[in-house]
Design a protein around this ligand. Structure first.
Ligand code: IDP
Ligand code: MG
Length: 153
């Protein structure tokens, strides 16, 4: 089963959207392999957003992501990276499709509620960036046997 990394950004905490966002992942039947609250700092954000450090808006992004602690989650399911990116929606919340998290809960390109890994390779790197090995749990979700066909497991 594939794993992906989600961050409930400061905007999700400020706007009391934590429950709504997690409920969407729960209803989709993604297994929570890890979840915790943490305060991000400039070091981890420069690594995490290395592809954006030269963009003019990067200082704004840094400030926004350090405003208050975030909630990081590791979710697991078949094709979890692609499934969660679909649930997340386009980067700019104004352009994100209705029904997606960003499409339903925001109006901003920057303050777009959550981060979600964009490829299985990056998901592996990001999970290691935000979680210690002992913070990721391998328990069995018995319902998976009913949720998937045998050849999907
Ligand atoms: P993603 O979050 O959809 O993967 P990325 O291009 O990886 O999008 O950008 C990371 C984050 O940087 C976005 O989620 C958003 O918060 C912020 N960001 C990206 N592009 C812009 C922009 O043009 N203006 C302001 N913030 C941006
Ligand atoms: Mg990205």
């Amino acid at each position: 089963m594939e794993r992906t990394l989600i961050i409930l950004k400061p905007s999700a905490i400020q706007r009391f959207l934590v429950g709504d966002v997690i409920t969407r992942f729960q209803h989709k039947a993604l297994r929570i392999a890890g979840i915790k609250m943490m305060q991000l700092d400039e070091t981890i954000l420069r690594e995490h957003y290395a592809h954006l450090v030269d963009r003019p808006f990067f200082p704004f992004l840094l400030n926004s992501m350090m405003l208050n602690p975030v909630i990081v989650m590791c979710l697991e399911g078949k094709d979890a990276v692609e499934v969660v990116r679909g649930l997340t929606g386009a980067t700019n919340s104004r352009k994100a499709a209705p029904g997606t998290i960003r499409g339903d809960f925001g109006m901003s390109g920057q303050e777009n509620i959550i981060h979600a890994s964009d490829s299985p390779e990056n998901a592996e790197i990001e999970i290691k960036r935000f979680f210690k090995p002992e913070e990721i749990f391998d328990y069995e979700l018995r319902i998976f046997k009913s949720l998937y066909s045998p050849d999907e497991l």
